[in-house]
Design a protein around this ligand. Structure first.
Ligand code: C5P
Length: 248
C-alpha cells in the first residue's frame, strides 16, 4: 500500500535558542527541514509528504516549497503543508487530515531528527509490511534512568527532587522517529487523544503512547545514533560534526 510521511516541524525551537523555529535553523549549509525532507525522499518510501509548520508562519510555508522543489522527489510525489497545532499531537492530527485516501501506512517523523539514516526508515517500513500496526525505532540507554517526585531537604525544606524508582536499565529504550503506523490505527489513537483532559494531553510526547493507550501492540526496531533529536546547542554542534566527519 501507499505510505505517507508526516514531518512535524511546528515546534518553536526555544531550547535551541536560535530565536526561530527549529526547522529553519541552519545545518551544514542548508536548513534542518531540508535535511529532514531529503532524508525522507532518499529513503524512497513515501508517496506523500505532509509537513506541519507553525500556524500562520508564511516564511516556513515558503521554505517548505523551496525544500520540496530541491528534494530530488519526482513529480508523482504529493506534497502538503499544514498549520500545526498547540502541541505535537495536534500538529500530527492536522497533518493526518490531509493524508490521501489511498494511503495505508503513515510514518510520523520529527523535523528535529534531520540526519536519520535510510536504514531506519527501511526497518520501520519492513515491520509494517510484516504485519505490525505500530512500529518505533529505539536505542538502548547508556545512562541509568530514575523517576523522581518533588521533595524538600530534611533540614532546610529547600525544594529539590527525590528518587521514586529505578526501572531496570536493560528493559529501557530511548525512542526515536520515524514511528510507523497502519493509518486506521493512528487515526483511532488520535481520536482517543482528543478525549483526554488537559493534564493527560500535556504528557503526550509521541504517537506510539496513544496507540498503547488503545491497546494495540507497538513493535520496536533498531534506531540509530544518527537519528538524534536536535534540542540543545550541543546537539547542533554534534550534528554539524557528523555531516563533516568520518561518523557519516
Ligand atoms: O518539542 P519536541 O522536541 O518534543 O518536538 C518534537 C517535534 O515535534 C519537533 O520536530 C517539533 O517541531 C514538533 N512539534 C510540532 N508542533 C508542536 C510542537 C512540536 O510539530 N506544537
Amino acid at each position: 500500500g501507499r505510505c505517507a510521511v508526516i514531518i512535524v516541524a511546528a515546534g518553536s525551537g526555544q531550547r535551541l535558542g536560535h530565536g526561530m523555529p527549529k526547522a529553519r535553523v541552519p545545518l551544514g549549509g542548508a536548513t534542518m527541514l531540508a535535511h529532514a525532507v531529503q532524508g525522507v525522499v532518499a529513503a524512497g518510501v513515501a508517496a506523500q509528504i505532509c509537513i506541519a509548520v507553525p500556524a500562520g508562519d508564511d516564511a516556513m510555508v515558503e521554505l517548505c516549497h523551496q525544500v520540496a522543489a530541491r528534494s530530488g522527489a519526482g513529480p508523482e510525489m504529493r506534497w502538503s503543508v499544514v498549520d500545526g497545532g498547540a502541541d505535537r499531537a495536534a500538529s500530527v492530527r492536522a497533518a493526518l487530515e490531509l493524508v490521501d485516501a489511498r494511503v495505508s501506512t503513515v510514518l510520523v517523523h520529527d523535523a528535529a531528527r534531520p540526519l536519520t539514516p535510510t536504514g531506519v526508515f527501511d526497518r520501520v517500513v519492513a515491520a509494517l509490511r510484516d504485519g505490525a500496526k505500530a512500529v518505533i525505532p529505539a536505542l538502548a540507554v547508556a545512562d541509568t534512568i530514575k523517576t523522581v517526585v518533588p521533595a524538600e531537604l530534611p533540614a532546610t525544606g529547600a525544594g529539590v527532587e527525590r528518587v521514586s524508582g529505578t526501572p531496570v536499565r536493560n528493559r529501557l529504550r530511548a525512542v526515536q522517529t520515524p514511528q510507523g503506523f497502519d493509518v486506521d490505527t493512528l487515526r483511532r489513537a488520535h481520536a482517543h487523544a482528543q478525549t483526554l483532559d488537559a493534564d493527560a494531553a500535556a504528557q503526550i510526547t509521541d504517537d506510539a503512547m496513544l496507540v498503547e493507550a488503545i491497546g494495540e501492540d507497538v513493535y520496536v526496531v533498531q534506531g540509530s545514533t544518527h537519528s538524534l533529536k536536535i534540542t540543545t546547542p550541543l546537539d547542533l554542534l554534534l550534528a554539524e560534526a557528523m555531516l563533516q566527519g568520518p561518523l557519516r
